[in-house]
Design a binder for this molecule. Sequence first.
Ligand SMILES: Nc1nc2c(ncn2[C@@H]2O[C@H](COP(=O)(O)OP(=O)(O)O)[C@@H](O)[C@H]2O)c(=O)[nH]1
Ligand SMILES: [Mg+2]
Length: 298
Amino acid sequence: MKAGFIAVVGRPNVGKSTLINKLVSEKVAIVSDKAGTTRDNIKGILNFKDNQYIFIDTPGIHKPQHLLGEYMTNIAVKILKDVDIILFLIDASKPIGTGDMFVMDRINENAKKKPKILLVNKVDLISDEQKEEKLKEIEEKLGEFNKIIFASGMYSFGISKLLEALDPYLEEGVKYYPDDMYTDMSTYRIITEIVREKILLKTRDEIPHSVAVEIINVERKEGKKDKFDINIYVERDSQKGIIIGKDGKMLKEIGVEARKEIEELLGEKIYLGLWVKVKDDWRKRKPFLKELGYVEEK
Ligand SMILES: Nc1nc2c(ncn2[C@@H]2O[C@H](COP(=O)(O)OP(=O)(O)O)[C@@H](O)[C@H]2O)c(=O)[nH]1
Ligand SMILES: [Mg+2]
């Protein structure tokens, strides 16, 4: 038996969460085309051929602009110090830019001596010729890695090569989690994330960044469906209007889509009540961030 902790890092939107969901064949992390979708370090655990791979999904490392962003970048950077292996993702279809170099600097500051694997993701979007150019660009802008892998999380390409590349760096003789455990997230946390994902997928502009979701009440009664009451927080009245939509249409759609996925997760029918509340500038308010779990434990 071998096992290891692997930090999956990279700038927002390179495909970290998509890759981890594919690796563990379960949806542990929500995915959208909006930067800032992942707000926490989330573990996705894969048991494969006597090996236990513990992948840690992280919020995209970026220059933070508010307390929530600071929390997100801090926890992603901090995990670099705690893991066995660094898996750095870049987007094959985009030039390596300051955002990627910012992440590389954080890796060099915090995990200089650790094994570093570079995964060039979204390879479905580039040609073989472009791959050659990418290798040169990597050497120039990012430097050396223990291994470079071209992959596509979305199309499950390069996954076995990735597992092989990680194998030599796992620790012998240990196992950290039971075989049937694929994440460390609680069911309640997954439920609020599902609701947040449905909102992210349906909205644009500042809305995705301004939304937080919290379960406020769960009611269980013999012979009745479980009832979940969930608050959706936004920062402005105008945002509340957008989420509710004309005649409540948007909120209804969000509710139906979220409920279906939650029912699949739980294996039973539920009632889902969604309530939209305005909390001015909640991303800058520490006590509220704490209530939502977005504050580092000391
Ligand atoms: N073409 C392509 N798109 C991808 C791939 N992996 C992820 N995406 C898309 O990239 C966006 C960001 O993905 P996500 O996993 O949330 O990125 P994260 O912010 O790094 O966690 C989503 O729209 C995904 O569908 C891939 O391998 N190929
Ligand atoms: Mg993510």
